[in-house]
Design a protein around this ligand. Structure first.
Ligand code: ADP
Ligand code: MG
Length: 251
């Protein structure tokens, strides 16, 4: 089976000439991006520049119009590849937390473990408790999402993704829907994940996080990677006029 042939030396994520169009609207215009295991790559850019489409292309939530997406050396645009198996290695966290409102926290953390990973109830519960502890919410196991703050819900969403033991995590503006006072607790969880060596691709407006936690910062505009580099360099000394303009408005 082709998906068993994981190349441990391959990059975690390797986008090669990625193009995505919606009808006549070419949203990604040939993106080349290689993410090495353990890297934290932050993506910034104006609304509509293609950041979410890029992230969603990494696990084929969007089907590329052209180019290739390689995950750990496997070309997932190859129709023979079992995309569901590759997807289990990629955790994704969205702006809207997407928890099941009718399930308590444990239920939310266990359901995919049991259905997708085929874990026993006991094993799924053990891992759920472990991951809930990791995001600092051990005492909320029996709470329902509606009774949690936005920051707590997003931490549960991160724990839920971690329960699948992903090799990498994709975050699409994970703090954008939160009240300002709740942003910090989510960024703290993300920072600890980064410190533990998780490979992360993070679309964010949090420039402090990008500067301090990111190993690389990418500025996207109009479906292109316009500029990339060390976050401190890009933020402190942007080279491209469009990066300069964008940063002058967000900083
Ligand atoms: P960003 O996340 O940077 O704000 P997006 O990737 O969400 O940008 O969107 C980039 C462009 O692609 C926008 O013009 C948006 O309208 C378009 N787009 C995104 N998703 C779809 C879709 N499912 N169908 C049609 N157009 C889309
Ligand atoms: Mg977006």
């Amino acid at each position: 089976m082709i998906t068993d042939l994981i190349d441990v030396h391959a990059p975690a994520i390797d986008l090669q000439g990625l193009v995505k169009s919606f009808g006549d609207n070419e949203v990604l215009k040939g993106i080349d991006l290689t993410v090495t295991a353990g890297e934290v790559v932050c993506i910034i850019g104006p609304s509509g520049s293609g950041k979410s489409t890029l992230l969603r292309s990494v696990n084929l939530l969007e089907e590329p119009t052209g180019g290739k997406v390689l995950i750990e050396g496997i070309d997932i645009t190859d129709p023979d590849v079992d995309i569901d198996r590759v997807r289990t290695r990629i955790g994704m966290v969205f702006q809207s937390f997407n928890l099941f409102p009718h399930l308590d926290v444990m239920g939310n953390l266990m359901i995919a473990q049991q259905r997708v990973k085929k874990r026993s109830k006991a094993e799924a519960a053990k891992i759920a408790h472990e991951m809930l502890g990791r995001v600092g919410l051990a005492e909320k196991a029996d709470a329902f999402p509606g009774h949690l703050s936005g920051g707590q819900q997003q931490r549960v969403a991160i724990a839920r993704a971690l329960c699948m033991n992903p090799d990498m995590m994709l975050f699409d503006e994970p703090t954008s829907a939160l009240d300002p006072e709740l942003v910090g607790e989510v960024l703290q969880v993300m920072r600890s994940l980064a410190d533990e060596g998780m490979t992360m691709l993070v679309v964010t407006h949090e420039m402090g996080f990008a500067r301090e936690v990111g190993s690389r910062l990418i500025f996207m505009d109009g479906g292109h990677i316009v500029e990339e580099g060390d976050p401190r360099e890009v933020i402190g000394n942007p080279q491209h006029p469009r990066t300069q303009d964008f940063l002058s408005r967000v900083l």
